[in-house]
Design a binder for this molecule. Sequence first.
Ligand code: RP5
Length: 162
Amino acid sequence: MNKPLVGVIMGSTSDWETMKHACNILEELQVPYEKKVVSAHRTPDLMFSYAETAKERGIKVIIAGAGGAAHLPGMVAAKTVLPVIGVPVQSKALNGLDSLLSIVQMPGGIPVATVAIGKAGAENAGLLAAQMLATQFEEVAEAVEARRAAITNRVLESSDEL
Ligand code: RP5
């Protein structure tokens, strides 16, 4: 498992503050990934070639984050049958509601698995990608299960400390 299995793309370097949380999860779970700025509006040709070639390059899941008029996840989903997880980045103007609606309201037939706005969504995108891979890669399944157990233990211990 050395070649990237997850493609993490974002519309701008300004999305990195959010998208780094997805990458941190993938690193924690030792899932190989690649990261790249791909903009639906500023680099549309790159977006299409990325989406068209991702599967043949061995990518299994794409995480796409964008803010504002967040067309990247949906347009990438339109050009690949790989599962696409969309992360709505919290925008300045409308707090990310614009991003969320742009990503979540896909027409029937072209799904984007949309997570929450911002950091929690990016973290969950990393986890969801890992859980998809866990159906195929036992080592990823073990890492995900160990992380879940650690979360459960932390909550139980924090309750004991009350
Ligand atoms: C979107 O526009 C990006 O995903 C970003 O969230 C937003 C603003 O981009 P910048 O102007 O900060 O580059 O394409």
